[in-house]
Design a protein around this ligand. Structure first.
Ligand SMILES: Cc1ncc(COP(=O)(O)O)c(C=O)c1O
Length: 363
């Protein structure tokens, strides 16, 4: 068997810019990564602590309480009421699922895995780990006669915050069903709509009331400041969930029991999500206005955790320009060649750091 070819880790290229930004007398404002910085909600921490006595192995399929909490959440927040608990399985954060889903579904050589042209890099990695062919394409009609095993959607999207309307999602679902391809929808930013309301692939308005061939990937990292816990789940076609479950059981892909308990508390509570949304909304308004005043244009960015900003110049020039202000941004070409003239600005910095960035951008 040949070794899987993985790309170089691109973030190393950003190190000199991070050093330049860190030299600012008032310190660096790091807006390059989307890692939450606000506290994990008290209600979630208490649930984790209360479940700390866990001598036995957790089940791979998840506790009945967790599966029920996920089903309730999907009905309440994702427009997918009445799902069965058989449609749900927990994951050790959603990145793990993105990286391994093609393998868990049994895809491999001869299969194509399609993902957006501008995308979180792990979809490509997942295709390669499975030995499948990775194809970055926003157009299903451009795919030709390839045997497509899996199509990834991501709405709201990383890096550019675009929302795919229900009609677009439905078109992809129809296309995939006609060809027997599976659709996996990465919905980790679903509760972070600003100017548009994101729609889940599990919504009957998209799928006509059938989950056949569909999987949605969800994460608690962003909604609940839980990235450090590694907490995600997948929901959709029960037959596909069962297929994935069988492999996960053999592979030991179990979510730790205290984290499962914490996930129940997080999924049951919407109040902390609204509080967190208000924090991000304030930071987004402040950064957006400062960037526009500083000569940037913001494209897409109607939802999610990022502002997709440009000065219509090569993205590394913009990264350098911002580093001189002590601000670190992610170059758009990390996410695909189509991002070559944009930078991604994350909303995940403290109010104090965001205010510092605003002052520098508008000075
Ligand atoms: C599009 C997308 N999918 C998945 C993830 C992974 O999130 P997690 O593993 O924390 O659930 C991220 C993280 O930033 C992301 O941007």
């Amino acid at each position: 068997m040949s070794r899987v070819q993985l790309p170089d880790f691109p973030w190393d290229a950003l190190v000199p810019y991070a050093e330049r930004a860190a030299a600012h007398p008032d310190g660096i404002v790091d807006l390059s990564v989307g890692t939450p910085v606000d506290p994990t909600p008290e209600v979630v921490r208490r649930a984790l602590a209360a479940a700390a006595d866990a001598p036995g192995y957790p089940t791979t399929v998840g506790t009945p309480a967790l599966r029920e909490a996920a089903v309730q959440w999907l009905g309440r927040r994702a427009g997918a009421p009445g799902l069965d608990t058989d449609a749900v399985i927990p994951a050790i954060g959603s990145k793990e699922l993105v990286a391994w889903l093609p393998t868990l579904l049994g895809l491999g050589a001869g299969d194509t895995v399609v993902f957006p042209e501008l995308a979180y890099p792990t979809y490509d990695i997942g295709a390669r780990l499975a030995g499948a062919e990775p194809v970055a394409s926003d157009s299903v009609t451009a795919l030709g006669p390839r045997r497509v095993g899996l199509i990834w959607l991501n709405s709201p999207a990383n890096p550019h915050g675009r929302v795919l309307p229900a009609a677009h999602l439905a078109k992809v679902v129809d296309w995939a069903r006609e060809r027997g391809a599976i659709v996996a929808s990465d919905e980790c930013y679903l509760e972070l709509g600003w100017d548009e309301r994101p729609v889940s692939i599990l919504d009957p308005a998209v799928n006509g009331g059938s989950l056949d061939g569909l999987l949605a990937v969800h994460s608690l990292s962003k909604r609940s400041n839980l990235a450090g816990y590694r907490a995600g789940f997948m929901a959709g076609d029960p037959a596909l969930v069962r297929r994935v479950l069988e492999v996960r059981k053999h592979a030991g892909l179990m979510v730790p029991a205290p984290v499962q308990a914490a996930m129940v508390a997080a999924l049951d509570d919407d109040e902390h999500v609204e509080e967190q949304r208000a924090r991000y909304a304030r930071r987004r308004d402040a950064l957006r206005a400062a960037l526009v005043e500083g000569g940037y244009r913001i494209d897409h960015s109607t939802a999610g955790l990022y502002l997709w900003a440009t000065r219509d110049e090569p993205c590394w020039d913009t990264v350098g320009r911002l580093a001189d202000l002590g601000i670190l941004a992610a170059p758009g070409d990390f996410y695909g060649p189509a991002g070559g003239s944009h930078v991604r600005i994350a909303l995940t910095a403290t109010d104090e750091r965001v205010d510092a960035a605003v002052k520098r951008l508008t000075a």
